[in-house]
Design a protein around this ligand. Structure first.
Ligand SMILES: NC(=O)C1=CN([C@@H]2O[C@H](COP(=O)(O)OP(=O)(O)OC[C@H]3O[C@@H](n4cnc5c(N)ncnc54)[C@H](OP(=O)(O)O)[C@@H]3O)[C@@H](O)[C@H]2O)C=CC1
Ligand SMILES: CC(C)(CO)C(=O)C(=O)O
Length: 350
């Protein structure tokens, strides 16, 4: 990386002590935003919000909380390091009710976070779900035959649907390559950064407009076709994630290996067919997508999880797609081979 320009940005121009949300006066906290599950993506979003003076707190794991309380939340992006003084806690129940909650926890971590989300929203505040893969609320106010229930794969005991409620859900799709390089420090690779938000009923509601305005410092934009955006991104993950996690290769290395090309194209095209069975018709840009990976050395978040020994996001990115394919009678031969290989490889990690 080129020499970093260090900027120390302080919310309200004050050097506030680290984590204060629970002790702040109510009149100081009129526009509270909390990011639950702040790792690579949540850290990126929270750092940009904090640097812009937004009153943001994060709920994160203890090592992150300790680092952020001590040193602030760091984001290295395009040769600049932002150090944002965001509040941090590993106990969501110590936080007051928020005006807006963003979750960037992986799909498999969400059911366990349902009670925390319910507490943070106070039953009122919207929750922006930013994640790869199919979301648990996919069948809320959609137009499909099975509308009106969670995707069972992603909300197996219904704790999200019943405990948090789909009414508060705002869908989020993100294009941004990030890695946690140290606790409380996120490195953003390249220049791409898009955060696309949409209502499950596809309306351009006043609520959506308000949320997009609040999250503008983090690059938010609105869509009136959130499921189309979910699929557009999911196709990329469906093809890239299993190949990357199995081979341990970054984007440019995958693109340089011609043997991987038909596997990538196969996965992508199977995803296109499943999306089409859902009424979402996207152009076949699989070849261009494959070539485009040569531009980035980013190691996918699933590969990062594979290497760190963490659970993989296979349910949201792969198994839920296979579920929809089976429901619709769409063949997915490439996915059907790679998914068991990936699950076995993940299970066999030391
Ligand atoms: N990284 C990237 O470049 C990209 C990621 N994405 C997607 O964004 C989403 C987030 O990914 P990413 O940021 O990489 O993931 P990370 O694992 O870096 O961040 C998620 C963090 O949330 C923590 N967490 C989970 N549940 C809780 C909880 N209840 N309370 C506190 N902390 C919690 C996790 O801890 P623990 O691990 O201990 O559970 C982890 O530290 C995923 O869906 C991913 O696929 C999309 C585009 C690019
Ligand atoms: C690789 C990338 C940026 C796009 O596939 C991604 O979404 C991830 O890391 O999970």
């Amino acid at each position: 990386m080129t020499e970093l320009t260090r900027r120390r940005l302080s919310r309200d121009g004050l050097d506030r002590p680290p984590y204060l949300a629970a002790t702040m006066r109510d009149d100081e906290m009129t526009d509270r935003i909390c990011v639950l599950g702040a790792g690579a993506i949540g850290g990126h979003i929270a750092a940009k919000l904090g640097a812009a003076g937004v009153d943001v707190s994060i709920v994160a794991r203890p090592a992150t909380v300790e680092a952020v309380r001590r040193d602030g939340l760091k984001l290295r992006s395009q040769g600049v390091e932002i150090v944002a003084p965001v509040a941090a806690s590993d106990d969501p129940f110590a936080l007051p009710v928020q005006d807006l909650v963003i979750t960037t926890a992986k799909a498999h971590a969400l059911p366990a976070a349902a009670a925390a989300l319910a507490h943070l929203t106070g039953g009122k505040a919207p929750v922006v779900y930013v994640a790869n893969g199919l979301p648990w609320w996919y069948r809320y106010r959609g137009k499909g035959a099975n509308d009106g229930a969670s995707l069972a794969r992603l909300d197996p005991d219904g704790s999200l649907w019943r405990g948090v409620g789909p009414e508060g859900a705002i869908g989020g799709v993100i294009y941004s390559s990030n890695t946690v390089t140290a606790p409380g420090e996120v490195t953003h690779l390249g220049t791409d950064h898009r955060l696309i938000l949409g209502e499950p009923d596809d309306s351009l509601s006043p609520r959506l407009a308000a949320v997009v305005t609040r999250l503008a410092p983090a690059g938010a934009e609105a869509t009136d076709k959130i499921r189309t955006e979910v699929w557009r991104k999911l196709l990329v993950n469906l093809a890239n994630s299993p190949i990357g996690a199995l081979t341990r290769l970054g984007g440019d290395q995958i693109a340089a290996d011609a043997r991987l090309r038909p596997i990538y194209l196969g996965l992508y095209r199977e995803g296109l067919a499943v999306a089409a069975a859902q009424g979402i018709h996207l152009p076949d840009d699989s070849e261009a997508r494959f070539e485009r990976m040569s531009r980035t050395s980013h190691r996918s978040s699933m590969l990062q999880d594979m290497e760190a020994g963490r659970p993989l996001e296979t349910d949201a990115q792969l198994s839920a797609v296979q579920d929809l394919a089976r429901e619709a009678g769409v063949p997915t031969p490439t996915l059907d081979i790679l998914l068991p290989l990936l699950l076995a490889a993940a299970a066999g990690r030391q």
